[in-house]
Design a protein around this ligand. Sequence first.
Ligand SMILES: Cc1cc2nc3c(=O)[nH]c(=O)nc-3n(C[C@H](O)[C@H](O)[C@H](O)COP(=O)(O)OP(=O)(O)OC[C@H]3O[C@@H](n4cnc5c(N)ncnc54)[C@H](O)[C@@H]3O)c2cc1C
Length: 525
Amino acid sequence: MNPDLPPQVDLAIIGGGINGAGLAALAAHSGLSVALLEKDDFASGTSSKSTKLIHGGIRYLELANFALVFEALHERSHLLRLAPHLVRPLAFLLPVYQGDKRPAWMLKMGLWLYDLLAGIHNIRRHQWFSAPETLAFAPNLRAEGLKGCGLYYDAQVNDARLVLENILSAEQAGAWCLNYHEVLAVKNEGGDQAELLLRDRSTGESRRLKASCLVNAAGPWANRVHSLLAPQGKPLVRPTRGSHLVVDQVLPDKALLITTRGDNRVIFVIPWRGYSLVGTTDLDDEGDPDKTAPTEEEIRYLLGEASRLFPGQSWDRAKVLAAFSGLRPLAWTEKGSASSVSREDRFLIEGKCVTIVGGKLTTYRAMARKALKACARILNRPLKPLPFSLPGAPQTPWEDFEKASLAQWPERYGIHPEQAAHLARLYGQKAQSVLELTLADPALKEKLDESRPEILAQVVYAVREEKAVHLGDVMLRRLEIGYTPARLGSAPEKASRLLAQLLHWDEPRRQKELADYQTFLFPRP
Ligand SMILES: Cc1cc2nc3c(=O)[nH]c(=O)nc-3n(C[C@H](O)[C@H](O)[C@H](O)COP(=O)(O)OP(=O)(O)OC[C@H]3O[C@@H](n4cnc5c(N)ncnc54)[C@H](O)[C@@H]3O)c2cc1C
C-alpha cells in the first residue's frame, strides 16, 4: 500500500479511465486533495479499447443531437492544441454507392452541417469528389456502383496515453493516483465522510480511506461499484460492447467511414500504428466487464463489411492479427437497440457520491468540469476549475517542436531521425527525459526489436516515471505496441527481461507476465 496516501481526502475517485483521470487532474489543479483508485492499470478498461478518435460524431447529426456534436467539435479543437503530440488531425473518406440507404445529397448536407457546427474550430472544410477522383485516393476501394465520396477531417488520439498524462498531471498537482488498488467496500451513510475499503492487489494489503466526496467513475463497472453503496439500487449504466479488428494496413493515411449493408450502421477503417483498425460493433453486454472479448460472430460481421468495400483482398479469419473489445458505459435505459442509446453524459448525485455515466473520450474535459461542479455542491465549497497543461505538451507550436526535435535529437543522443519522430509523438516534450536515460547508460539505446523504433530506455521510463507494474502495462498502454504479438519479434522477450531486472521478477514470474499480457486480445473459449 502506498505509504504516502493520507487517511482522508476531499475527493476519492473510483476508476482510472479517462473520466476518473480527467476529473483527478482538474480537481487537484483546482485545489482539492484527491485520491484516485484504479483496480487494474490506468486506462485498462474502456479507455484503451476505443476507436481512438477525437471526433464530433458525424453520425449523431442523423439523430438531430446537435448539442452533443457541437460540444465534441469544440473539445476536439481544444485537445488538438492541448495535446498535439497525442491528438492528430486525420482525413476521413465517406464513400457513397448506388443503393446506399444514405444518398449522396444527405451525406453532403451532413458534411456541410458538420463544418458549420465546428465554426472557427474546424480543422479543414470538407470536399466532395467524383468516383474517379475517389479511386485516385483509394485505388483498392470497390469501384462498382461508386458514386463519389466526401472528404472531411476529425482527429486521432493515443487514448491510453491521454489517460496517463492526466494521471501524471494530477500527481504533479498533489493527487495520489494508485493503480492496482481496488475499492472493495464503501460506507456512504450519515457522518461527514464516506469511507472506502481498499486492497492493494500487488501486496494483498488493505486499508481504509475517508473522503468528503466520492466519485464513481468506474465506467462499465459503475453498476457494480454502485451496488457497494446501494445493494438494491437500480442499474445506472447500460454497457454495450464494441469490438475492433487489427489487420494489415488497408489505406495508409486516410480513414474510411462505411455504412453497413445489413443493419445500416456506421463502421470505421482507421490507419493505426502501421496497421488498420476495423470497427466497431454495438451490442448489449450484461456479462462480467473483466471478461469482455469479441465473439467469432462479431469478427465475421466486421470482416464481411470490410470485404464488401475492399474486394481485391482476402478477408478471411487469417487476416485478423488481433481483436479486442470495450464496453461503452452508456446511461441506463431499457428502451431501444444498443446503437440507439444516447451517448450523452449524466451525473447522478446520491449523498456524498457522484456517479458519472455516458459521454465520450472526446468530451472528457467537459465531463470533468460538470463532475467538479457536482462535487462542489457536495463539498459545499466554491470551486473554480483552473486551466492546466498536460506534462508532454510542448511549449511551442507542434510544427516547431517536431522540427526542432528532428534537427537536434539525432545528433545529441545518437539516434535515428525515425526514432526521434517516434519519441516526439509518444512523449511530446517528455521525450527528452527518456533520451537523457541513454546518456547515463548508452546500452538503453538498444532497440526492442531491429524492425522497430522503440528502445530499452522507454521500458525503464515506463517503470520509473509512468507507474507501469506489469509487462502488459508497458506493451499495451505505455508503448502501445502489444496489439500484434506475432509481429513484435524480440520486443516482448527483451522488455520482459529488462522488467525482470527492474522489478526483481524470478523466471516463473517473467513467463507468467509473457503469457498474461495478451490474453484480452483474442476471443476466449
Ligand atoms: C468500442 C468503443 C469505441 C469507442 N470509440 C470512441 C472514440 O473513438 N472516441 C470517443 O470519444 N469515445 C469513444 N468511445 C467511448 C469512450 O471510450 C468511453 O466513453 C470512455 O473511455 C469511458 O471512460 P471511463 O473512464 O468512464 O471508463 P473506463 O475507461 O472503463 O474506466 C473505468 C475504470 O474503473 C476501474 N474500476 C472498476 N471498478 C473498480 C473498483 N472497484 N476499484 C477501482 N477501480 C475500479 C476499471 O478497472 C476501469 O479502468 C468508445 C467506446 C467503445 C466501447
